[in-house]
Ligand binder design. Structure first.
Ligand code: OAD
Length: 242
């Protein structure tokens, strides 16, 4: 039925693994100012504050309590069993898609598990939380690594590849994203423009709700496995499995 699928995931897919979203009640942006911890200007003003913010997320992710959930696992099954093209574009900086076993994955907002040289843009895997002692090995003098995270005002990663996938996909699914941050929030428009079927999976009607043709309302851990069953059995997606 489908030949090329693009899946956009957001914080909602990791919520049931115990990671806080940004904009739900008790979300991260209730407690932290975006301009302090998620902008280049905030980092220039107070790098220690920004390091602490991401270190808290890093420690939680590596603390042993956080695991992929049925939503992540279902996408791995899709990748293994679907014989067309698939690209998972995630806005999440956690590594739960990888831990579940996804490979056809693009982290458009960066990765918590890496630091980046601000000069060469080379990335380095972080084995422990961030600090000024984390420096690059690519420059002389060595540069202090910054979080490998895309901040507001910076260009997301992999946009050419994403654009190409959106131009040619016949199914676009957005899972657990509020649709408030561009360019990701506009991907549904591109997919619609090229004639793809567009499906939203969310607990609520998100900001770009009206742009999607189908709406599957409920928890990602419940809806995504059923959605994957439908795709793999060659059925057309209908808006009644929520
Ligand atoms: P948000 O926190 O903005 O939105 C999370 C969405 O997930 C909401 O629409 C929730 O209704 C939904 N949700 C929550 N739990 C869910 C569940 N169990 N099943 C399904 N849906 C659920 O997170 P994002 O849209 O990912 O960027 O945020 C986008 C970007 O804004 C982030 O990548 C981050 C942030 O600022 C940067 O920091 C650059």
């Amino acid at each position: 039925m489908y030949r090329q699928i693009v899946i956009l995931t957001g914080a909602g897919i990791s919520a049931e693994s115990g990671l806080r979203t940004f904009r739900d009640q008790d979300g991260l942006w209730e407690e932290h100012k975006i301009e302090d911890v998620a902008t280049p200007e905030g980092y220039a003003r107070d790098p220690e504050l920004v390091d602490r913010f991401y270190n808290t997320r890093w420690s939680q992710l590596h603390g042993g309590d956080v695991e992929p959930n049925q939503g992540h696992n279902a996408l791995v099954r899709l990748e293994r069993e679907f014989d067309g093209e698939l690209l998972i574009v995630t806005q999440n900086i956690d590594d739960l898609h990888e831990r579940a076993g996804s490979h056809r994955l693009l982290h458009m907002h960066g990765e918590l598990s890496k630091g980046r040289c601000p000069r060469s843009r080379q990335t380095f895997l972080l084995k422990d939380p961030f600090g000024p002692e984390h420096t690059c090995t690519c420059c002389i003098p060595a540069q202090r690594l910054r979080p490998h995270v895309v901040w507001f005002g910076e260009m997301p990663i992999g946009l050419d590849r994403i654009q190409h996938a959106l131009d040619t996909c016949d199914l676009f699914i957005a899972i657990g994203t509020s649709g408030t941050v561009y360019p990701a929030a506009g991907f549904v428009d591109t997919a619609n423009h090229h004639g793809a079927q567009t499906v939203e999976v969310n607990l609520v009607e998100a900001d770009r709700h009206s742009q999607f043709q189908y709406h599957l309302q409920g928890k990602a851990s419940d809806i995504v496995p059923r959605l994957v069953d439908q795709i793999l059995s060659g059925n057309v997606i209908k808006d009644n499995i929520g």
